[in-house]
Design a protein around this ligand. Structure first.
Ligand SMILES: [Zn+2]
Length: 419
């Protein structure tokens, strides 16, 4: 590597990050979630765990010993070793734990021991974030409807799924029911106006608590295409109620709520983050998750700002074109560098050809800081490789490459989310 490229690599590796998307549910000793954490539960809660399952890992019996679990893992490990989920996780863990090799027969007990030890360390979560150079992160706490207690680096976003899905008192895919929750807060919802007002109030309360965005993860509940429903129809369906409304009417009422939430996002000046593309776990039509399903919202709500997640993968090209043609549509790489580092390198160059570099973000989308460490490592690596290619073919100078890298990892999120 020549010294110019070495300088670029060093620059990217040392950049501070404003991370647009995490779900740090497991914050180590500080939150008390980690009791009994060991290698296998750590793996099960990671994306790599999903690859082990897809490769055919047999479910552990509740009485299985660690040695028996390892035997099962070892059967599928050779097939999983090549995936980016696995490589990014263990490339990160090797560095964090000071273990020379990736997971194998000779060191699984060593990984197991370190994971158990770290789970008791109150500061470990913060130590890892510091090592990752994460200055701030946007946190989607999908596991609760409560207003989050904030730490030093986290900034909340409000997941809006239940407000769309629960007008008739049904639960969203996270098991939340905002209508029931409103009742617990002493809010009486007698009609659709009350329900919309409650949604407005909750968005205001989250904003007051520091939230900088709404998060639409509805692709886990239904299609991202939200048709227009008249107020008259929506009110009629609301009166019919959960048992009498047909599935089509329920969808129409959800559509109505999504459009009201778009208006509220403009009213409260909060951008909307949207999950598109690949989903964690199967069982849902991939068709639901196309970024193109959102096209009518992008056009109708010109004043709203959209941060579209996961590079839209595998519908990446349509998201590139949407971000290119719509001023209010931004492109988020979150999760992508640990889904496929090869694809990330390729798409970055295509993206930079088409979309101005102030419209691109990154986030980890991880449940543990250790995973985010690997995710950030892979994001930096993919950025370096993509930008080196541009320098080699004279489509960017080293200074321009540094500017782009800093925009993607730091400045864009700071400006867009007004952090
Ligand atoms: Zn996520």
């Amino acid at each position: 590597m020549n010294s110019k490229l070495e300088g670029l690599k060093d620059f990217i590796d040392n950049l501070s990050i404003i991370d647009t998307h995490e779900h740090f549910r497991y914050k180590g000793g500080t939150a008390g979630f980690e009791k009994g954490l060991e290698l296998f539960s750590f793996l099960a809660s990671s994306y790599a765990g999903a690859d082990f399952n897809r490769a055919g890992l047999k479910a552990f019996s509740p009485s299985a010993s660690s040695a028996e679990k390892w035997k099962e893992i070892e059967k599928v490990l050779p097939y999983v070793r090549s995936t980016t989920y696995f490589r990014s996780l263990f490339d990160g863990l090797k560095e964090l734990y000071g273990i020379k090799a990736s997971l194998e027969r000779s060191n699984w007990l060593e990984y197991d021991k370190v994971i158990r030890e770290r789970s008791c360390d109150r500061d470990w979560f913060h130590t890892v974030l510091k090592k990752t150079r994460i200055e701030k992160y946007l946190e989607d706490e999908y596991w609760t409807l409560e207003i989050p207690k904030r730490g030093e680096k986290d900034i909340p976003v409000l997941r809006i799924n239940t407000f769309v899905m629960s007008a008739l008192g049904e639960k969203d895919h996270n098991g939340h029911n905002s209508r029931e929750f409103a009742g617990k807060q002493g809010i009486k919802i007698k009609n659709l106006d009350d329900y919309v007002n409650w949604t407005d109030r909750r968005i205001g309360e989250f904003k007051k608590a520091g939230a900088v965005a709404l998060k639409n993860a509805l692709a886990y509940d239904r299609s991202l295409y939200f048709a227009e429903t008249t107020e008259k129809d929506a009110k009629r369906i609301f009166v019919k109620g959960e048992t009498k409304a047909s599935p089509q009417e329920k969808t129409a009422l959800q559509d109505f709520m999504m459009h009201r939430i778009m208006e509220l996002s403009i009213k409260h000046s909060l951008p909307v983050q949207v999950h598109t593309g690949i989903q964690h776990g199967g069982g849902r039509p991939l068709e639901w998750t196309r970024p193109l399903n959102l096209n009518n919202l992008f056009i109708k709500y010109e004043k709203a700002r959209f941060d579209i997640f996961h590079a839209g993968y595998p519908f990446t090209e349509s998201l590139i074109v949407l971000a290119k043609s719509q001023t209010n549509v931004y492109f988020n790489l979150c999760w992508m560098p640990i889904i496929s580092d090869t694809k990330t390198e390729v798409l970055l160059n295509e993206l930079l050809d088409c979309v101005p570099s102030n419209k691109i973000f990154w986030g980890g989308d991880c449940s543990r800081a250790e995973q985010a460490y690997g995710a950030a490592k892979y994001a930096r690596q993919s950025l370096f490789r993509a930008l080196s290619k541009r320098i080699e073919k004279n489509s960017a100078t080293v200074e321009e490459a540094k500017f782009i890298a800093k925009n993607i990892l730091y400045s864009n999120a700071k400006n867009f989310y007004r952090i």
